[in-house]
Design a protein around this ligand. Structure first.
Ligand code: PHE
Length: 430
């Protein structure tokens, strides 16, 4: 049964090819001046023959647009499947796919199967807007999932709002993502809380008095989280001894790091994404800056340790979940994910927070679809808005009046190249 489903939708082929590396997709059109069509990364239909699925033969690149047939419901996903935040898109997509496969194996929605269409936005905001436009106007998806990076959710969300199609970001934490947009939701906490969480940990647990900040002035996420951290840390009696900026894509951080070193901080807060954070950690240690680095969810990638190496050991960041945390839902999810995306060498990947949030976002959408009067944008948005105490892998999800979720955060410590659970911080009671 699952077998025939897999053949029909090509999900297995597409996901295995993703697991093998997304480098095969979305490489054309890099230098062209006008906006290229977003690269579709999934759903090349599986061959009709009964030949066993061979992931290596999975065709990459464009395929005919999927169209909603009487027995399928299309859902869109826009994601950084390539680029310097590629693990964000890849992990999220796998989490979403796992959920959709489970939903379909259990019968789908009133007998209709869900079908996912993913476009690679390469981590660029113009591409993100294009991807959402195409999902809505050409493919006619009923809802959109994405993005991870707040700046890209802000860009894609503008389109979803204008077209009246609901969008759920699994993991964008900047408040602006959902502000003034009644079609846009998220299943994660927001940065005013995350900034508080890291400030509280720095102050109460690390007993840090002087903290330096090094943030990405080009990323809405980073700018917002830096502001929130500064506000909370100073309110807790701490001092910000340096406040330095870089731009996403930079490779060289020595000028900022020497200013920071001269300020003699107890810790350095780096609210960035994993690629720059890994490089910053390396360069900080070379520059003789040996205090712990602290970060937010943007650090969450298995690539953090590959890039940061020993330099990132002992550093802390806040996140949505920790794989070594207690909890039945977490254990079950990790087991299913590991089996589903087993590597060629037989080892099982451990899902990061993005995979868990992608999985939860897909289920929250499905839950709303089941309750909704129709799959029209207005009805579906109303049903999503009414989500209450949905038990996800990343905790209980209730959508509040701002279309955000209020949830606890965890602090993890990098140990032996892996994020390991330290503590949970609950949102302040109102
Ligand atoms: N919260 C980040 C943002 O808004 C994205 C992110 C979430 C990255 C979770 C990693 C893990 O940009």
């Amino acid at each position: 049964m699952l077998e025939s489903l897999v053949k029909r939708t090509g999900i297995l082929l597409a996901s295995l090819s993703l697991a093998l590396g997304a480098a095969i997709v979305g490489c054309e059109n890099k230098e062209s001046g006008k906006a290229p069509a977003p690269s579709k990364v999934t759903e090349k239909p599986a061959p009709k023959s009964d030949a066993p699925a061979n992931p290596e033969a999975a065709p990459a690149g464009e395929s005919a647009p999927a169209s909603a047939s009487a027995d399928t419901i299309l859902i869109g996903h826009f994601a950084s499947m390539t680029g310097k935040e590629a693990t964000f898109g890849q992990s999220t997509d796998q989490g979403i796919r796992l959920a959709i496969e489970e939903i379909n194996a259990a019968g789908g929605l009133n007998g209709k199967k869900l079908e996912l269409i993913t476009y690679d936005d390469k981590g660029e905001s113009q591409e993100a807007g294009n991807a959402v436009t195409r999902l809505i106007t050409k493919d006619k998806v009923v809802a959109v999932l994405g993005e991870v990076a707040s700046g890209l959710s802000i860009a894609g969300g503008a389109v979803a709002q204008e077209k009246g199609v609901p969008m759920i970001s699994p993991s964008s934490t900047n408040p602006e993502v959902t502000q003034g947009r009644d079609m846009v939701f998220r299943v994660c906490f927001i940065d005013p809380f995350q900034g508080f969480v890291v400030a509280k940990f720095a102050s109460d647990t690390l007993k840090a008095k002087k903290v330096a900040v090094l943030y990405d002035q080009k990323a809405a996420y980073s700018v917002g989280l830096r502001d929130e951290f500064k506000t909370h840390f100073t309110a807790m009696g701490g001092t910000i001894v340096a406040d330095e900026a870089f731009s996403g894509g930079d490779l060289e951080f020595s000028a900022q790091l020497s200013t920071i070193r001269a300020a003699r901080p107890d810790a350095v807060f780096v609210p960035g994404y994993y690629t720059e954070v890994g490089n910053i950690a390396q360069q900080a240690r070379k520059a003789g800056l040996n205090v712990p680095l602290l970060g937010g969810d943007g650090w969450d990638s298995e690539q953090l340790a590959s890039i940061g190496g020993d330099a990132i050991e002992g550093c802390f960041y806040s996140n949505h979940y920790a794989p070594d945390q207690e909890g039945d839902a977490i254990r079950t999810f990790i087991a299913k994910y590991g089996d589903r995306f087993k590597r060629a060498d037989g080892t099982k990947p451990i899902p990061d927070g993005l995979a868990a949030l992608g999985y939860d976002a897909a289920y929250v959408l499905f839950d709303a679809m089941k309750r909704s009067k129709s799959l029209g944008g207005k009805d579906l948005a109303k049903a999503i808005a009414q989500t209450k105490s949905y038990k996800g892998v990343t905790g209980s999800i209730t959508i509040d009046k701002n279309r955000d979720a209020v949830k606890s955060a965890v602090i993890v410590k990098m140990k032996g190249g892996k994020p390991t659970y330290v503590t949970t911080i609950e949102p302040p009671k109102e």
